[in-house]
Structure formats: structure tokens, C-alpha cells
Design a protein around this ligand. Sequence first.
Ligand SMILES: [Zn+2]
Length: 213
Amino acid sequence: MAELNKNGLIYSCTCTRREIADSAVMNSEGPVYSGQCRNGLSGGYAGRPHTLRVKTECSRIESVDHLQGKVHQCVQREMGDFVLRRADGIYTYQLAVVVDDVWQGMTHIVRGMDLLHSTPRQIYLQKLLGYQTPVYLHLPLVVNEQGEKLSRQTLATPIDLASPLPQLATLRFLGQNPPDELVEGDITSFWQWAQANWQAEKIPKGNRFMSEL
Ligand SMILES: [Zn+2]
């Protein structure tokens, strides 16, 4: 944060949720912040609880995903100046994940498609902080009939830890083809097969429906 602050890239914002909602364009995550507080807070607002936002630009962030191809986003227009630290002092996901990845020496990041629209913001922060951008691959999700990803929130059945192989066979959803006898065998052999035979180029791009299971 000190690094960003030194370069004048972060600022305090005292806008309430309501003010932001009233003044903004919407994106998939909610209202896009208009940058109201970018030029400093007026006297009456000093000392109030505030978030810290990063100044974004309209230079398009282009990322190359190993499965999805090129992803373009104009961070300022599509996402707005985003929050790095909430009013209660908690750092947000976007900043925490970028710093964590560097601390852990991550070079390759494989995660769900639902995070694809976050990646340009993370690349933007990596550039501001002088970090290297890792290689990204966003996997398709398994979704229910309503198109929602399977998660605890949607009350999806968890993996049966006592007998996980039938569910791990959903590797087939990712275009991989574990033989039937392996699915009836033991978990160590299953992972050995998966590591040796993993073919990223066979992964389909789009989400898959639970009903195809
Ligand atoms: Zn504000």
C-alpha cells in the first residue's frame, strides 16, 4: 500500500453504498464507481470512515488465458476505481490475492471461469506494483439448471471423502478420459494417471451442466 500511496495511486473515498448506487453505471458485480472522491475529500469529510481506492486508467488490460484466449478489459470504464482496503480496515480480495501469489512464488494460476473478469484488475495491480504476471488458465464450471455454479451457497452435494472417485471422474467434464477401471480402483492410481495424462488442450471452454453428469 505504501508503494501505491507514494506514487499517488490510491485515494480515500467516503462515499456510501447509496451514493455509489445513485451515481453509477452497472457491471456484473454491481455499480461502477464514478471516481467522485479522486480529487480529494472536502473538509467536512476528513476523518470519516473511508475506503481506499486505486486510480484506474482506460489503457486496456489484455491478458492471455491459456484456455480462453485473449481477454480485454478497460478497467476504468468496466470496473471503475476499485477498493483495496475497506472502511473497517480489511484488505480486499483483489489486493490480497495479488500479494499472496507473489509471496508464494506462484507462476501458474488455474482457477474457475467465474474469476475471469477479476484477472484484468489483478494484472493491473501487478503492473503498478512491478510484479510479474503469472500464467493464467480459467477452467469451465459445472453449473446447475439455473446456470449457477455448484457451491455451498447453492447447496451442492459435497464430494464424498470416503469414496471420492466417482465424483473425481468428472475429470471427463474437462475433456480428460480416465479409463473406467481406474474409477473403480484406488485414489493414488487415479492421481498418477491424471498427472501423466493431463491434456490442457482438450479442456472445453464453456461451462457444463450438472445434468450431463
Ligand atoms: Zn467516494
